[in-house]
Design a protein around this ligand. Structure first.
Ligand SMILES: [Mg+2]
Length: 119
């Protein structure tokens, strides 16, 4: 099983990957801080689960999400964002995200997200 982590913040990526490694066993994790690499990496690795930041330089997470959903409806996508507006949540769910986690993340939020998408 494979996970793709996309976030322009190295701190955020490291924090998330640490929590994932604590909560999951035997998953391969691929990550990038460059939003432009997200779709090519997705096509290359075909992850079962993607964690996707929204606010990044050059590429919006919403656009990445929309593009992935044009060719993959099956894999799980969890949006991770500091934007807590209800409108943002409704929009990313409408674009095909399976779940949204508000930053800052912690072990409980990630456990809830994993449970929600792996039922
Ligand atoms: Mg960001």
């Amino acid at each position: 099983m494979k996970i793709l982590v996309v976030d322009d913040s190295g701190f955020a990526r490291r924090a998330l990957i640490k929590l994932l490694n604590e909560q999951l066993e035997g998953w391969e994790i691929v990550d990038t801080g460059d939003g432009k690499e997200a779709v090519p990496l997705f096509r290359q690795h075909k992850p079962d689960l993607t964690f996707l930041d929204l606010t990044m330089p050059e590429v919006r997470g919403e656009d990445i999400l929309e593009e992935i959903r044009t060719f993959d409806r099956e894999s799980k996508i969890i949006v991770v964002s500091a934007d807590i507006q209800l409108k943002t949540r409704e929009n990313v769910i409408a674009l095909g995200a399976d779940y949204m986690v508000n930053k800052p993340i912690n072990a409980e939020k990630i456990a809830q997200a994993l449970t929600a998408v792996m039922c």
